[in-house]
Design a protein around this ligand. Sequence first.
Ligand SMILES: [Zn+2]
Length: 336
Amino acid sequence: MGSLQVALGIDIGGTNTVFGLVDEKGKCYYKNQILTEAHLPAETLFSRLFKTFNSEFKLKKEIFELVGIGVGAPSANIYKGSIENPSNFNWGYVDAVKLIEEYYALPILVTNDANVAAVGEMMYGVAQNISNFILITLGTGLGSGIVINRKILYGKDGFAGELGHTTVEENGRYCNCGRRGCLETYASANGICRTAFEFLSLYNYDSMLREYSYNSLTSKHIQEAALSGDKIANLAFEYTGAKLGFALANSVSHLNPEAIIIFGGLALSGDLIIDPIKNNLEKNLLPIYKGSVKILPSDLMESENAAILGAAALIWKEINKNGTIIQVSKNIGIKN
Ligand SMILES: [Zn+2]
């Protein structure tokens, strides 16, 4: 067995699953990716993943000692080590820790993508010196990870931090969760496309967005249009940031965070999205919080290894010197 300690970080996405070896300082030594093939059972994903990984890791065993496996996945529950009915996956309830233990009897932790991103920022990113923060991922939907005193807030059943499904509009837009007016129907890549189409019908301004059909329009098109001065696109960014800033003002009252970190595709739009969030957050804050909350873009999202770093960081954050997991009280299925 080698002497360089590494954790295996695995990020399961709707299309691709990426994985890699990361040391405690965040240096990535190996990475690879396979298609998730979410229409097939979870067992086949893990068997393909470990077949690929093992054949390559075998050659590196002289150098590396594997200390644990961290997994980011949609609808993952850290208490049960499970992945539960992720939307767009044909999986149902998956005991992920048990499936992985068939390959490695090591500490294994599984949690959702937003929590993984929050741990990644704490270990290697913009939150290395921030104890209390909220991380928002703006992807197809809106995910969130809440950190209190340097610990992820998991709640009673492991489902704390579903800010994407807080209601921001009574009888508002229909959401995939079956309810109406959820924040992610406004503040997400899908949400901003819905807003752009609403504004195209509401206003008469010339707009390059009129060239797109509903199914072909992406948030990237809206970003490009906004940067070239397109009025509808700029209004859509304003509106999206305003909804998010308004909702986050409530979160600040719940949690009194030092910062809110914005991660994911839409966050790459920079000031286009950050400025309206800031302005509308400040406008709606209780006076005692005014001027006290930083809105920060993620440090890691432009790293091509962000997902692997975050998943591996789960292990590095929670493992102690004896190689045992110290953090989650109900971590069923984790072997020391
Ligand atoms: Zn919802």
